[in-house]
Design a protein around this ligand. Structure first.
Ligand code: PGA
Ligand code: ZN
Length: 429
């Protein structure tokens, strides 16, 4: 029985920063229907697909998304009515063609992604299948290792320090549930360590990590390593550290401006610093260590550290196939961060994770700093088989909705936890 799209509705809702975003409901002729909510970034890459905002200063400071909502209801909806909801590729191709621009700037990637996800979920409802299973197709799904934000800086914490994320990677556990328990203990221990070091903490940053005004960027690595130990885990063996440098956001006039540290570094200086820190701390993953358009610098960074750590491109690749292909050819990185709304459809998102696997690269499915209670991306992470997921921290319900969904999937399936096997190439080398 074909699952035919009957109608789409859309709504302007709010994300976890209180900024407007798009929700879409897809209704099928079978009577099944489902909603999907679209996330939104703050530390965005220059090459991301376009998030359409109204620009009308009288509403939400210009950030309203009524035009995107209207594009769903007036243009995208009527155009996909009657299409097979189970044929995601055909649906997404129709959406891409309707927009007709490379960056999805005519109708908005936020409008398009909402449709792509809502139809997929409605199809899974109609098929009586968990979303992850419907999305997985021929892939080998698994419970991903979460990369969990413990300390935040950069654009997610009012630039308290320059580096954006200090993450705990709990790979050395048999199950996802055990890994989550460990990171919760580490998040709490990090609070105690930070206070004991004399810093005040009164709340959490945009992704639920602590945002302390520490004396230097390196100090957070010390505090995190100590927190892992204090929580009772073995750094490097059970829990390693990930960094999202998000360096494009403090790169000005050719230099990386580490104001907190009183240092200005060029690309070789950054590579040297990251190499030293990888020696001193159990760093297993480095995201956006260099500027988003410094392809030569990235290749040098990957040559220097790529055997010991995941060199992960977020702003570098923006989940864009042309950029990913360039990165594969030039060996600019050994891993790609994948965000649905950087590209705008599910089909293109899976293309990135599939291509990474084929090229021998790792992939990390990621949320955005502006999230909603929708846990769609958790199912996507499982379905992709990528084995890694970046959901933010273990506080704030827009983060916990993803953790809780993964706990539910683990309890209700016999899917394996990806664990240390994902990182074997670094840990044994
Ligand atoms: P964003 O950043 O969602 O604010 O763009 C997250 C990241 O850089 O990984
Ligand atoms: Zn990033």
């Amino acid at each position: 029985m074909p699952l035919t799209v009957r109608r789409l509705r859309a709504l302007e809702i709010l994300d976890s920063r209180g900024r407007p975003t798009v929700a879409v409901e897809a209704e099928l002729t079978s009577g099944a229907s489902a909603w999907a909510q679209v996330p939104s970034g703050a530390s965005t890459g220059r090459h991301e697909a376009c998030e359409l905002r109204d620009g009308d200063p009288s509403r939400y400071g210009g950030e309203g998304v009524r035009q995107a909502v209207e594009n769903v209801e007036r243009i995208l909806g009527p155009a996909v009515e009657g299409m097979d909801a189970a044929d995601q590729q055909a649906l997404d191709e129709r959406l891409i063609a309707l927009d007709g621009t490379a960056a999805k700037s005519r109708l908005g990637a936020n409008a398009i992604l909402g449709v792509s996800c809502a139809v997929a979920r409605a199809a899974s409802v109609a098929l009586g299948m968990p979303l992850w299973q419907h999305l997985a197709g021929h892939r080998e799904p698994c419970l991903p290792v979460p990369m969990v934000n413990i300390f935040s800086g950069g654009l997610h914490a009012d630039r308290s320090i320059e580096f954006q994320d200090y993450l705990a990677i709990p790979h050395g556990f048999p199950t996802f549930a055990a890994a989550v328990e460990a990171v919760v203990a580490i998040h709490r221990a990090a609070f105690r360590q930070t206070k004991a070091a004399g810093y005040r903490l009164t709340g959490v940053a945009d992704e639920g990590g602590w945002g302390p005004h520490v004396a230097s960027n390196e100090h957070c690595l010390e505090l995190l390593t100590a927190a892992i130990e204090q929580a009772g885990y073995r750094p490097g063996e059970q829990v390693s550290i990930g960094l999202d440098v998000a360096s494009s956001h403090f790169f000005e006039d050719g230099l990386y401006r580490l104001k907190t540290d009183g240092r200005m570094l060029d690309a070789p200086g950054m590579i040297e610093t990251l190499a030293e820190w990888t020696d001193r701390y159990p760093v297993l993953s480095i995201e956006d260590g260099l500027h988003q358009d410094d392809w030569d610098g990235w290749a040098a960074l990957a040559a220097r550290l790529g055997r010991r750590a995941q060199i992960l491109g977020d702003d570098l690749f923006t989940t864009n196939m042309e950029r990913l292909e360039r990165g594969i050819r030039s060996r600019a990185a050994n891993a790609v961060l994948v965000k649905m709304n950087q590209i705008g459809t599910l089909t293109e998102t899976f293309r990135a994770t599939d291509r990474a696997r084929e090229a021998g690269m790792l992939a990390v499915v990621s949320t955005r700093s502006g999230e909603t209670e929708d846990a769609f991306v958790a199912d996507l992470a499982v379905a992709s088989g990528a084995g890694q997921f970046k959901p933010g921290s273990v506080t704030r319900s827009e983060r916990l909705s993803k953790f809780n969904r993964l706990l539910e999937i683990e309890a209700r399936s016999d899917l394996p936890y990806a664990g240390s096997a994902v990182f074997r190439r670094f840990i044994s080398g």
